[in-house]
Write a protein that binds this ligand. Structure first.
Ligand code: SF4
Length: 429
Protein backbone atom coordinates (compact mmCIF):
# COMPACT_ATOMS: atom_id res chain seq x y z
CA UNK A 1 0.00 0.00 0.00
CA UNK A 2 1.26 3.48 -0.76
CA UNK A 3 0.48 6.70 1.05
CA UNK A 4 -2.70 8.52 0.12
CA UNK A 5 -1.81 11.27 -2.27
CA UNK A 6 -4.62 13.63 -1.43
CA UNK A 7 -3.36 14.20 2.08
CA UNK A 8 -0.54 16.37 0.90
CA UNK A 9 -2.71 18.71 -1.14
CA UNK A 10 -3.17 21.14 1.71
CA UNK A 11 0.53 21.92 1.65
CA UNK A 12 1.28 21.94 -2.05
CA UNK A 13 -2.03 23.11 -3.43
CA UNK A 14 -4.29 20.89 -5.49
CA UNK A 15 -2.54 21.73 -8.74
CA UNK A 16 0.69 20.19 -7.45
CA UNK A 17 -0.71 16.77 -6.76
CA UNK A 18 -0.35 14.24 -8.26
CA UNK A 19 3.00 15.05 -9.91
CA UNK A 20 2.35 15.93 -13.52
CA UNK A 21 4.67 13.24 -14.84
CA UNK A 22 6.27 10.12 -13.38
CA UNK A 23 9.63 10.91 -11.84
CA UNK A 24 12.37 11.01 -14.42
CA UNK A 25 10.19 10.09 -17.38
CA UNK A 26 9.14 13.39 -18.90
CA UNK A 27 9.66 15.97 -16.23
CA UNK A 28 11.83 18.23 -18.32
CA UNK A 29 10.32 20.31 -21.06
CA UNK A 30 12.47 18.68 -23.72
CA UNK A 31 11.59 15.18 -22.58
CA UNK A 32 15.21 14.62 -21.59
CA UNK A 33 15.92 13.24 -18.14
CA UNK A 34 17.47 16.10 -16.19
CA UNK A 35 20.14 15.44 -13.55
CA UNK A 36 17.92 15.87 -10.47
CA UNK A 37 15.35 13.54 -12.06
CA UNK A 38 18.08 11.00 -12.63
CA UNK A 39 18.92 11.20 -8.95
CA UNK A 40 15.34 10.47 -7.93
CA UNK A 41 15.20 7.62 -10.41
CA UNK A 42 18.44 6.19 -9.03
CA UNK A 43 17.23 6.42 -5.46
CA UNK A 44 14.01 4.62 -6.41
CA UNK A 45 15.93 1.92 -8.22
CA UNK A 46 17.71 1.10 -4.96
CA UNK A 47 21.00 2.90 -5.66
CA UNK A 48 22.51 5.16 -3.07
CA UNK A 49 22.73 8.73 -4.38
CA UNK A 50 26.50 9.30 -4.72
CA UNK A 51 28.01 11.94 -2.46
CA UNK A 52 29.24 13.99 -5.41
CA UNK A 53 25.75 14.09 -6.95
CA UNK A 54 23.84 14.85 -3.75
CA UNK A 55 24.19 18.67 -4.09
CA UNK A 56 22.02 18.41 -7.22
CA UNK A 57 19.07 17.82 -4.90
CA UNK A 58 19.18 21.53 -4.09
CA UNK A 59 18.01 22.07 -7.65
CA UNK A 60 14.81 20.21 -6.85
CA UNK A 61 13.27 23.32 -5.36
CA UNK A 62 9.89 24.10 -3.95
CA UNK A 63 8.18 23.91 -7.35
CA UNK A 64 9.13 20.22 -7.56
CA UNK A 65 8.50 19.48 -3.89
CA UNK A 66 5.60 17.12 -4.62
CA UNK A 67 7.84 15.00 -6.87
CA UNK A 68 10.56 14.90 -4.25
CA UNK A 69 8.11 13.88 -1.53
CA UNK A 70 6.48 11.23 -3.74
CA UNK A 71 9.85 9.61 -4.37
CA UNK A 72 10.75 9.76 -0.68
CA UNK A 73 7.40 8.25 0.33
CA UNK A 74 7.87 5.39 -2.14
CA UNK A 75 11.27 4.70 -0.64
CA UNK A 76 9.86 4.76 2.91
CA UNK A 77 7.06 2.40 1.92
CA UNK A 78 9.63 0.01 0.53
CA UNK A 79 11.72 -0.07 3.70
CA UNK A 80 9.18 0.46 6.44
CA UNK A 81 5.82 -0.52 4.98
CA UNK A 82 2.94 1.26 6.65
CA UNK A 83 4.21 1.12 10.23
CA UNK A 84 4.82 4.44 11.96
CA UNK A 85 6.27 4.36 15.45
CA UNK A 86 6.57 6.55 18.54
CA UNK A 87 8.20 6.11 21.93
CA UNK A 88 6.06 6.55 25.07
CA UNK A 89 8.43 8.43 27.36
CA UNK A 90 9.04 10.65 30.34
CA UNK A 91 11.36 13.61 29.85
CA UNK A 92 13.83 14.00 32.72
CA UNK A 93 15.81 17.28 32.60
CA UNK A 94 18.56 16.18 34.98
CA UNK A 95 20.12 19.64 34.94
CA UNK A 96 19.37 22.75 32.91
CA UNK A 97 22.73 24.30 33.65
CA UNK A 98 25.02 24.33 30.64
CA UNK A 99 28.53 25.55 29.92
CA UNK A 100 27.45 26.60 26.40
CA UNK A 101 25.02 29.18 25.14
CA UNK A 102 23.16 28.64 21.85
CA UNK A 103 21.29 31.48 20.18
CA UNK A 104 17.92 29.70 20.17
CA UNK A 105 17.88 27.91 23.52
CA UNK A 106 15.43 28.44 26.37
CA UNK A 107 16.23 25.13 28.05
CA UNK A 108 19.46 26.47 29.49
CA UNK A 109 19.40 28.17 32.88
CA UNK A 110 22.17 29.58 35.03
CA UNK A 111 22.53 28.90 38.76
CA UNK A 112 20.93 32.23 39.67
CA UNK A 113 17.77 31.57 37.65
CA UNK A 114 17.48 27.79 38.06
CA UNK A 115 14.94 26.50 40.53
CA UNK A 116 17.41 23.77 41.39
CA UNK A 117 20.84 22.83 40.11
CA UNK A 118 20.16 19.11 39.51
CA UNK A 119 17.24 16.78 40.05
CA UNK A 120 17.96 14.49 42.98
CA UNK A 121 17.90 10.69 42.58
CA UNK A 122 14.60 10.66 44.47
CA UNK A 123 13.06 13.15 42.05
CA UNK A 124 14.31 11.18 39.05
CA UNK A 125 12.76 8.00 40.44
CA UNK A 126 9.50 9.77 41.20
CA UNK A 127 9.10 10.83 37.55
CA UNK A 128 10.20 7.43 36.23
CA UNK A 129 7.77 5.56 38.50
CA UNK A 130 4.90 7.86 37.53
CA UNK A 131 5.75 7.21 33.87
CA UNK A 132 5.88 3.47 34.46
CA UNK A 133 2.40 3.67 35.96
CA UNK A 134 1.20 5.26 32.69
CA UNK A 135 2.88 2.61 30.52
CA UNK A 136 5.91 4.67 29.47
CA UNK A 137 8.95 2.66 28.46
CA UNK A 138 11.59 5.39 27.88
CA UNK A 139 13.28 7.66 30.40
CA UNK A 140 14.75 10.42 28.22
CA UNK A 141 17.57 12.19 30.05
CA UNK A 142 18.17 15.52 28.36
CA UNK A 143 20.54 17.93 30.07
CA UNK A 144 22.92 20.80 29.58
CA UNK A 145 26.52 20.29 28.46
CA UNK A 146 29.09 19.77 31.27
CA UNK A 147 27.92 22.59 33.57
CA UNK A 148 30.60 21.78 36.15
CA UNK A 149 33.18 23.22 33.75
CA UNK A 150 31.58 26.62 34.04
CA UNK A 151 29.81 26.85 37.39
CA UNK A 152 31.43 26.25 40.82
CA UNK A 153 27.90 25.70 42.19
CA UNK A 154 27.49 22.68 39.92
CA UNK A 155 30.92 21.35 40.90
CA UNK A 156 30.11 21.66 44.58
CA UNK A 157 26.69 19.99 44.15
CA UNK A 158 28.31 17.02 42.45
CA UNK A 159 31.26 16.80 44.86
CA UNK A 160 28.96 16.72 47.89
CA UNK A 161 27.41 13.56 46.38
CA UNK A 162 30.67 11.92 45.37
CA UNK A 163 30.78 12.78 41.66
CA UNK A 164 33.33 14.76 39.69
CA UNK A 165 31.23 15.24 36.59
CA UNK A 166 27.63 15.52 35.48
CA UNK A 167 28.10 12.48 33.26
CA UNK A 168 29.18 10.37 36.27
CA UNK A 169 26.03 11.44 38.07
CA UNK A 170 23.98 10.68 34.96
CA UNK A 171 25.35 7.13 34.83
CA UNK A 172 24.36 6.64 38.48
CA UNK A 173 20.76 7.78 37.97
CA UNK A 174 20.46 5.72 34.76
CA UNK A 175 21.51 2.69 36.81
CA UNK A 176 18.90 3.58 39.42
CA UNK A 177 16.15 3.77 36.81
CA UNK A 178 17.18 0.43 35.30
CA UNK A 179 17.28 -1.27 38.71
CA UNK A 180 14.18 0.28 40.25
CA UNK A 181 11.73 0.66 37.35
CA UNK A 182 10.75 -0.99 34.09
CA UNK A 183 11.82 2.09 32.09
CA UNK A 184 14.79 2.13 29.74
CA UNK A 185 17.05 5.20 29.90
CA UNK A 186 18.01 7.08 26.75
CA UNK A 187 20.82 9.49 27.65
CA UNK A 188 21.09 12.66 25.60
CA UNK A 189 23.68 14.66 27.55
CA UNK A 190 25.65 16.40 24.81
CA UNK A 191 29.11 15.35 23.65
CA UNK A 192 30.62 12.29 25.29
CA UNK A 193 34.06 10.71 25.48
CA UNK A 194 34.65 7.00 24.99
CA UNK A 195 35.05 6.47 28.73
CA UNK A 196 31.83 8.34 29.46
CA UNK A 197 29.90 6.31 26.92
CA UNK A 198 31.33 3.09 28.26
CA UNK A 199 30.07 4.06 31.73
CA UNK A 200 26.57 4.78 30.38
CA UNK A 201 26.34 1.78 28.04
CA UNK A 202 25.27 -0.85 30.64
CA UNK A 203 22.21 1.24 31.52
CA UNK A 204 21.27 2.75 28.15
CA UNK A 205 20.03 0.56 25.31
CA UNK A 206 20.50 3.63 23.12
CA UNK A 207 21.88 7.15 23.44
CA UNK A 208 21.58 10.29 21.40
CA UNK A 209 23.19 13.51 20.26
CA UNK A 210 21.81 15.81 17.59
CA UNK A 211 24.52 16.67 15.10
CA UNK A 212 22.40 19.79 14.41
CA UNK A 213 24.65 20.91 11.58
CA UNK A 214 27.98 20.06 10.02
CA UNK A 215 28.46 23.73 9.16
CA UNK A 216 31.40 25.46 10.86
CA UNK A 217 29.95 28.73 9.58
CA UNK A 218 27.31 28.72 12.33
CA UNK A 219 30.10 29.29 14.88
CA UNK A 220 31.14 32.62 13.45
CA UNK A 221 30.39 35.94 15.18
CA UNK A 222 26.65 36.47 15.40
CA UNK A 223 25.94 32.82 14.51
CA UNK A 224 23.76 30.56 16.65
CA UNK A 225 26.75 28.54 17.86
CA UNK A 226 29.19 31.39 18.46
CA UNK A 227 29.20 30.63 22.19
CA UNK A 228 28.70 26.88 21.96
CA UNK A 229 32.00 25.03 21.48
CA UNK A 230 30.26 21.69 22.04
CA UNK A 231 28.32 22.29 18.80
CA UNK A 232 31.50 22.06 16.74
CA UNK A 233 30.72 19.45 14.10
CA UNK A 234 34.04 17.70 14.64
CA UNK A 235 33.35 16.86 18.30
CA UNK A 236 29.76 15.86 17.65
CA UNK A 237 30.67 13.61 14.75
CA UNK A 238 33.37 12.06 16.93
CA UNK A 239 30.77 11.26 19.62
CA UNK A 240 28.60 9.53 17.02
CA UNK A 241 31.66 7.67 15.78
CA UNK A 242 32.55 6.44 19.27
CA UNK A 243 28.99 5.13 19.62
CA UNK A 244 29.67 3.16 16.45
CA UNK A 245 32.97 1.81 17.78
CA UNK A 246 31.22 0.70 20.97
CA UNK A 247 28.17 -0.73 19.17
CA UNK A 248 25.71 1.64 20.84
CA UNK A 249 22.45 2.20 18.93
CA UNK A 250 22.46 5.94 18.43
CA UNK A 251 19.97 8.69 17.66
CA UNK A 252 21.07 11.82 15.88
CA UNK A 253 19.63 14.42 13.57
CA UNK A 254 19.75 17.92 12.21
CA UNK A 255 18.16 21.19 13.28
CA UNK A 256 16.96 23.22 10.33
CA UNK A 257 16.33 26.93 10.00
CA UNK A 258 19.19 28.23 12.17
CA UNK A 259 21.03 29.93 9.31
CA UNK A 260 22.37 26.92 7.44
CA UNK A 261 21.91 26.51 3.69
CA UNK A 262 20.22 23.58 2.00
CA UNK A 263 23.61 22.51 0.74
CA UNK A 264 24.92 22.47 4.29
CA UNK A 265 21.96 20.31 5.31
CA UNK A 266 22.93 17.85 2.61
CA UNK A 267 26.50 17.89 3.97
CA UNK A 268 25.18 17.12 7.45
CA UNK A 269 23.05 14.23 6.22
CA UNK A 270 25.97 12.85 4.22
CA UNK A 271 28.22 13.01 7.29
CA UNK A 272 25.62 10.99 9.23
CA UNK A 273 25.28 8.58 6.33
CA UNK A 274 29.03 8.02 6.22
CA UNK A 275 29.22 7.21 9.94
CA UNK A 276 26.29 4.83 9.65
CA UNK A 277 27.84 3.17 6.65
CA UNK A 278 31.08 2.71 8.64
CA UNK A 279 29.50 1.34 11.82
CA UNK A 280 25.74 0.73 11.45
CA UNK A 281 24.96 2.46 14.74
CA UNK A 282 22.55 5.22 13.64
CA UNK A 283 19.13 3.94 14.62
CA UNK A 284 17.22 7.08 13.66
CA UNK A 285 17.67 10.55 12.22
CA UNK A 286 15.55 13.39 13.54
CA UNK A 287 14.74 16.31 11.28
CA UNK A 288 13.87 19.07 13.72
CA UNK A 289 12.62 22.50 12.79
CA UNK A 290 13.83 25.68 14.49
CA UNK A 291 11.13 27.58 16.35
CA UNK A 292 11.95 31.08 17.55
CA UNK A 293 11.60 31.65 21.27
CA UNK A 294 11.10 35.08 22.82
CA UNK A 295 13.95 36.45 24.91
CA UNK A 296 16.64 34.59 23.00
CA UNK A 297 19.19 36.09 20.58
CA UNK A 298 17.26 34.42 17.72
CA UNK A 299 13.86 35.45 19.01
CA UNK A 300 13.11 37.49 15.87
CA UNK A 301 14.33 34.97 13.33
CA UNK A 302 11.54 33.39 11.26
CA UNK A 303 10.58 29.83 12.09
CA UNK A 304 11.55 27.16 9.58
CA UNK A 305 8.65 26.83 7.15
CA UNK A 306 6.63 23.66 6.59
CA UNK A 307 7.79 23.58 2.97
CA UNK A 308 11.42 23.79 3.97
CA UNK A 309 10.96 21.05 6.54
CA UNK A 310 9.19 18.81 4.02
CA UNK A 311 11.99 19.37 1.51
CA UNK A 312 14.56 18.37 4.12
CA UNK A 313 12.62 15.30 5.26
CA UNK A 314 12.28 14.09 1.67
CA UNK A 315 15.97 14.74 0.93
CA UNK A 316 16.94 12.89 4.13
CA UNK A 317 14.91 9.87 3.03
CA UNK A 318 16.44 9.92 -0.44
CA UNK A 319 19.99 10.21 0.89
CA UNK A 320 19.65 7.80 3.81
CA UNK A 321 17.62 5.15 2.01
CA UNK A 322 14.56 3.02 2.69
CA UNK A 323 15.78 1.39 5.90
CA UNK A 324 16.69 4.43 7.98
CA UNK A 325 14.20 5.53 10.64
CA UNK A 326 13.39 9.17 9.96
CA UNK A 327 11.54 11.24 12.50
CA UNK A 328 9.90 14.60 12.86
CA UNK A 329 8.67 15.67 16.31
CA UNK A 330 4.87 15.90 16.03
CA UNK A 331 4.56 18.65 18.63
CA UNK A 332 6.61 21.02 16.43
CA UNK A 333 4.70 20.67 13.17
CA UNK A 334 1.24 22.03 13.93
CA UNK A 335 -0.73 18.92 13.05
CA UNK A 336 0.58 18.58 9.48
CA UNK A 337 0.99 14.86 10.13
CA UNK A 338 -0.27 13.59 6.75
CA UNK A 339 2.09 15.88 4.83
CA UNK A 340 5.11 14.54 6.71
CA UNK A 341 4.02 10.95 6.21
CA UNK A 342 3.73 11.76 2.52
CA UNK A 343 7.31 13.09 2.61
CA UNK A 344 8.84 9.89 3.94
CA UNK A 345 8.93 9.89 7.76
CA UNK A 346 8.23 6.69 9.69
CA UNK A 347 8.53 7.82 13.31
CA UNK A 348 7.03 10.47 15.57
CA UNK A 349 9.70 10.26 18.28
CA UNK A 350 9.12 10.41 22.00
CA UNK A 351 5.68 11.43 23.24
CA UNK A 352 4.86 11.82 26.89
CA UNK A 353 1.55 11.46 28.68
CA UNK A 354 3.19 12.98 31.76
CA UNK A 355 6.00 15.46 31.20
CA UNK A 356 6.32 18.49 28.93
CA UNK A 357 8.89 18.99 26.18
CA UNK A 358 11.34 21.04 28.26
CA UNK A 359 13.24 22.09 25.12
CA UNK A 360 10.06 23.40 23.42
CA UNK A 361 7.79 24.02 26.41
CA UNK A 362 5.32 26.01 24.30
CA UNK A 363 4.58 22.94 22.15
CA UNK A 364 2.35 20.30 23.80
CA UNK A 365 2.57 16.67 22.69
CA UNK A 366 -0.38 15.42 20.67
CA UNK A 367 -2.70 13.02 22.47
CA UNK A 368 -1.89 9.43 21.59
CA UNK A 369 -5.46 8.69 20.45
CA UNK A 370 -5.36 11.75 18.18
CA UNK A 371 -1.99 10.76 16.72
CA UNK A 372 -3.23 7.20 16.21
CA UNK A 373 -6.38 8.38 14.46
CA UNK A 374 -4.63 10.90 12.23
CA UNK A 375 -1.93 8.37 11.33
CA UNK A 376 -4.54 5.68 10.59
CA UNK A 377 -6.60 8.11 8.53
CA UNK A 378 -3.86 8.22 5.89
CA UNK A 379 -3.28 4.50 5.80
CA UNK A 380 -0.59 3.89 8.41
CA UNK A 381 -0.49 1.85 11.60
CA UNK A 382 0.85 3.56 14.72
CA UNK A 383 2.93 1.35 17.01
CA UNK A 384 4.68 2.18 20.28
CA UNK A 385 8.38 1.35 20.26
CA UNK A 386 11.14 1.20 22.83
CA UNK A 387 13.98 3.76 22.89
CA UNK A 388 15.98 1.14 21.01
CA UNK A 389 14.58 0.17 17.61
CA UNK A 390 13.71 -3.49 16.89
CA UNK A 391 16.56 -3.73 14.34
CA UNK A 392 19.04 -3.58 17.22
CA UNK A 393 17.73 -6.46 19.33
CA UNK A 394 15.31 -8.66 17.36
CA UNK A 395 17.37 -11.52 15.97
CA UNK A 396 20.68 -10.00 17.07
CA UNK A 397 22.61 -9.83 20.31
CA UNK A 398 25.39 -7.70 18.83
CA UNK A 399 24.35 -4.43 20.42
CA UNK A 400 22.90 -4.67 23.92
CA UNK A 401 24.67 -5.89 27.05
CA UNK A 402 23.07 -9.17 28.20
CA UNK A 403 21.32 -7.80 31.29
CA UNK A 404 19.87 -4.86 29.41
CA UNK A 405 18.87 -7.03 26.47
CA UNK A 406 16.72 -9.29 28.66
CA UNK A 407 14.98 -6.22 30.09
CA UNK A 408 14.38 -4.88 26.58
CA UNK A 409 13.09 -8.21 25.28
CA UNK A 410 10.69 -8.50 28.23
CA UNK A 411 9.02 -5.23 27.24
CA UNK A 412 8.71 -6.10 23.54
CA UNK A 413 6.46 -8.31 21.46
CA UNK A 414 7.85 -10.73 18.89
CA UNK A 415 8.27 -7.93 16.34
CA UNK A 416 10.21 -5.72 18.75
CA UNK A 417 7.50 -3.13 19.46
CA UNK A 418 6.02 -2.47 22.90
CA UNK A 419 3.82 -5.30 24.13
CA UNK A 420 0.14 -4.44 24.09
CA UNK A 421 0.42 -2.06 21.13
CA UNK A 422 -1.22 1.31 20.76
CA UNK A 423 -4.41 0.12 22.50
CA UNK A 424 -2.45 0.20 25.74
CA UNK A 425 -2.16 3.98 25.43
CA UNK A 426 -5.06 5.13 23.32
CA UNK A 427 -7.73 2.52 23.85
CA UNK A 428 -9.43 0.89 20.86
CA UNK A 429 -10.51 2.96 17.91
S1 SF4 B 1 20.97 23.94 23.15
FE1 SF4 B 1 22.01 22.52 24.55
S2 SF4 B 1 24.19 23.10 24.41
FE2 SF4 B 1 22.99 24.81 23.59
S3 SF4 B 1 22.68 26.17 25.36
FE3 SF4 B 1 20.88 24.85 25.22
S4 SF4 B 1 21.35 23.18 26.60
FE4 SF4 B 1 23.29 24.18 26.17
Amino acid sequence: MTSKAGDIEGVFGEDRWPPTAPIGKASSVSGKVTPPDRLLEEALSGKLIPREDAPLLVEVGTSRLADLCAAAAQLRDRGKGQIVSFSPKVFIPLTRLCRDSCGYCTFRQDPASAQQLYLTPEEVLEVAEAGQHLGCTEALFTLGERPEQRYPEARRWLERRGYRTTLQYLAAVCQLVVEETSLLPHANPGTMSRREMEALQPYNPSMGLMLESASERLHSAGGPHEFAPSKRPRVRLRTIEIAGELGIPFTTGILIGIGETRLERIDSLLAIRQLHSDYGQVQEVIIQNFRAKPNTPMGRVRDATTEDLLWTVAVARLLLGPDMNIQVPPNLISRDYPAFLAAGVNDWGGISPLTIDYVNPEAPWPGMAELRDRTHAVGFELRPRLPVYPEYFVGTDSYLPATLRSKVVALADATGYVKGGIERYAGRD
